[in-house]
Design a protein around this ligand. Sequence first.
Ligand code: IDP
Ligand code: MG
Length: 137
Amino acid sequence: MSNIEQTLSIIKPDAVERNLDQQIKTIFKNKGFKILKEKKLRLEKSEAEQFYKVHETKPFYNDLCEYLSSGTIVVMVLEKENAIKSNRNLMGATDPSKAEEGTIRRQFGKSIDKNSVHGSDSLENAKIEIDFFFKTS
Ligand code: IDP
Ligand code: MG
């Protein structure tokens, strides 16, 4: 049975500032993801805090929110069969030095915090994250 899902992807400031956004988008398209929606923006710190609220008790929360709001990001809704898991596999491990060969984080990530991309980790969070950036009403 088919299981077409949508997931939220973010190309983070470290990648956008190195002009890697087109290259990363090409990787998604070549892997069969459709880019349904896309926008380029910069978050306020308070918005980053809201987006990463699940991490609010983590020691790296403040740095994480500073970082996500430090520059331009590209936000996309990606669609594919099993998009959530498929995107997580394509991104690779959170720490680029532990990510497998062929993954986006292995190829482009600079460090555990500047790891170039975000991807939703569950169907529930994908819906919340897509709404966060694209809900119109
Ligand atoms: P994920 O992005 O692979 O889902 P999460 O555990 O959800 O990883 O963490 C969210 C983001 O927080 C990571 O992508 C990374 O940028 C940052 N982060 C995670 N763990 C650490 C850490 O130990 N130190 C600094 N930043 C971290
Ligand atoms: Mg996560």
